[in-house]
Design a protein around this ligand. Structure first.
Ligand code: GAF
Length: 380
């Protein structure tokens, strides 16, 4: 086994960001999602210290937070440190014990863009702490522990998609994840296309109210479905089942639920399209998914809609949609390789003309998740 310590004797661990290709706001009702890991990273460098203190340094904030490990409770500060401290708390809840350490975190994941900077920090922290303690944990348990940190320590009511793909993604593959069973498939991405991410620069944050508000509506709809139809999960419902509950649900809840039900079906159709090499069909599903997110889920915003409208008019663009929790953030676009550069130039120019905002665009490939990165670092 190779030595992956750096010159100062500290070990480095990395976790990527993610983009979701299709399957939005389906994860927390046990539905289907299709994300991939992308090549922005949080890197954690960890070394021991003798005094039982857990020290977390963020290079992005240039700040250190210290907590005594033995007395660590669920005491969030409403601060960046809640993410890594929450992971320490969550792993301790799962029975792991730790001695003192210094964990230094730095990274290049755009914050507030909907590319899951939080799951990247959580998973980098989890992998670093486990490595430091000489422990391993299966993918599912890492994802569950990282999500528990976000839900119960940070207080953001997210699903499990982000933590799962950030930990378990594989280069050149999209991941179809069943968020109920946590079974997954790795799917081939078509040759000859690029995934282009465009940041609208409208800030998105899962920890703030709008995401939670949508989740509450979806869960309220699910409760009505259970009461009136005996169906526990939107995952198992059809649009006809929803129609039968429409009066009791009211218009807003009905539309949120219709988005979830049709989105699960689109993820299955997208899997078939990828397996058949049907990129046109895949792109059309992305466009449908955006419409559903905009009109039924009502969680897009005018800037993101503008990005999508500009994108789908361009040569070589198969599909475009909002990605992530909504209310801003990024679009994800599937574009023919030979058109990718022109696509980015035109999109940036036309978006600036329409909104006055400079968009940031990244041409991406599917990358390794934290576990694959760690396996490769150890094998080197
Ligand atoms: C955010 C959440 F963290 C995810 O769990 C998921 O719900 C997503 O929004 C919407 O699909 O990224």
């Amino acid at each position: 086994m190779a030595d992956t310590t750096n010159k100062a004797g500290a070990r480095e661990y990395a976790a990527p960001a993610r983009v979701n290709l299709i399957g939005e706001h389906t994860d927390y009702t046990g539905g289907l999602v299709m994300p991939m890991a992308i090549g922005f990273h949080t890197v954690g460098t960890i070394e021991p210290r003798p005094d039982g203190i857990a020290s977390f340094y963020s290079a992005n904030f240039n700040e250190t937070i210290e907590v005594p490990i033995v007395t660590l409770g669920r005491n969030p500060r409403g601060h960046w440190s809640d993410y890594p401290v929450g992971v320490l708390w969550s792993l301790m809840q799962a029975g792991y014990t730790f001695s003192g350490f210094n964990l230094r975190l730095h990274g290049d994941v755009p914050v507030g863009a909907g590319l899951s900077s939080s799951a990247s920090i959580e998973v980098a922290t989890a992998i670093a702490l486990l490595g430091f303690a000489g422990q391993t944990m299966p993918l599912k348990e890492i994802a569950v522990a990282a999500r528990r940190a976000e839900n119960e320590f940070v207080g953001a009511k997210s699903g499990i998609m982000d933590q799962f793909v950030v930990a378990g993604g594989v280069a050149d593959r999209a991941m179809l994840l069943d968020c109920r069973s946590l079974e997954y498939e790795l799917l081939p991405l078509p040759q000859g296309v690029r995934v282009v991410i465009c940041n609208s620069m409208v800030k998105h944050q899962v920890a703030t109210g709008e995401y939670g508000g949508r989740r509450d509506e979806v869960e309220a709809g699910q409760a009505i479905l259970r009461k009136l139809r005996g169906i526990d999960s939107l995952r198992d419902a059809t649009v006809e089942d929803l129609d039968a509950c429409a009066t009791e649900m009211g218009q807003a809840v009905f539309k949120r639920c219709r988005h979830v039900v049709t989105e699960n079906a689109r993820v299955l159709a997208a899997r078939k399209a990828l397996n058949d090499g049907d990129i046109k069909g895949f792109g059309n599903l992305m466009i449908e998914a955006h419409k559903s997110f905009r009109d039924d889920f009502e969680a897009s915003c005018s800037e993101v809609d503008t990005l999508v409208e500009i994108a789908i008019k361009q040569a070589g663009c198969f599909g475009a949609r909002i990605t992530g929790g909504g209310f801003g953030g990024c679009t994800v676009n599937v574009v023919e390789i030979e058109h990718a550069d022109t696509f980015v130039e035109t999109l940036k120019r036309e978006y600036k003309l329409a909104t006055g905002i400079e968009a940031d665009c990244f041409v991406c490939e599917a990358s390794d998740g934290a576990l694959a990165l760690e396996a490769k670092a150890v094998a080197k």
